[in-house]
Design a protein around this ligand. Structure first.
Ligand SMILES: *Cc1c(COP(=O)(O)O)cnc(C)c1O
Length: 221
């Protein structure tokens, strides 16, 4: 994408009060620096090693988002600096994040990843599991964690109706949970990627994770 198009994407999202997380996985430092120079400060990665390396090399005012599945034994590498973990999918992961945040004498913000049934491969929590986790967060078991809301993905399909329906399901689960736990601020809705962020925003997303639209398509070797 050229600079003008990225600028207009940025201002469009700003006018809608939607936070842009630029997903820079597989992309080099120089590409991130270019987007940084356009004013973007939120970047997302899905691998711990890559996230840590880029954190080390890039300016310290970047907010780094962990958006990919996270193994418990790797939490310690990102705990000192990570801004928001989008991918909490189990109570045991939450416990590890709590422990590592405490060791670093900080609080770590997280989102609970919601799974909707359609794609078996997608990770995440169902309604019941979300309710249980929020219950124990609400009871104060995680002093070093702040749960800010929810992350979710729709199926990869050209069927816009289906995608919209899935985002609405995610939004429904999220707002129900937020209503059930009014003491927690669960307002973040990280729904939507390059191909479907407009549909996600219509369904209530206030944070989008956009990679290829900004950085160009990815080459995996
Ligand atoms: C890669 C990735 C994205 C960005 O995908 P694009 O289609 O390139 O925008 C968003 N969310 C997650 C969880 C990802 O792994």
């Amino acid at each position: 994408m050229d600079k003008e198009k990225i600028d207009s994407l940025i201002s469009d999202l700003q006018s809608k009060e939607v936070t842009l997380v630029a997903v820079s996985k597989t992309k080099p430092i120089s590409a991130i620096q270019t987007i940084y120079n356009l004013g973007v400060r939120e970047f997302g990665e899905n691998r711990v090693q890559e996230l840590s390396d880029k954190y080390t090399e890039l300016p310290k005012d970047i907010n780094w988002h962990m958006i990919g599945s996270l193994q418990r034994n790797k939490v310690k590498y990102i705990a000192p600096f990570v801004h928001l973990i989008h991918s909490v999918t189990s109570e045991s992961l939450l416990e590890t994040i709590e422990k590592e945040a405490a060791k670093n004498n900080r609080r770590i913000d997280v989102l609970l990843q919601i799974r909707i049934a359609t794609e078996e491969t997608k990770q995440g929590l169902n309604k019941h599991e979300i309710s249980e986790l929020l219950q124990s967060i609400n009871e104060g078991h995680y002093a070093h964690i702040r749960c800010k809301g929810f992350m979710g993905m729709a199926s990869f399909t050209d069927d816009k109706k289906q995608v919209t329906h899935e985002f609405e399901s995610l939004q429904h689960i999220a707002s129900q949970a937020a209503e059930d736990f009014p003491k927690l601020d669960l307002s973040t809705r990280s729904f939507g990627m390059s191909g479907d962020y407009d549909l996600a925003i219509e369904a209530g997303a206030n944070m989008v994770r956009i990679g290829s639209l900004i950085f160009g398509s990815r080459n995996y070797n």
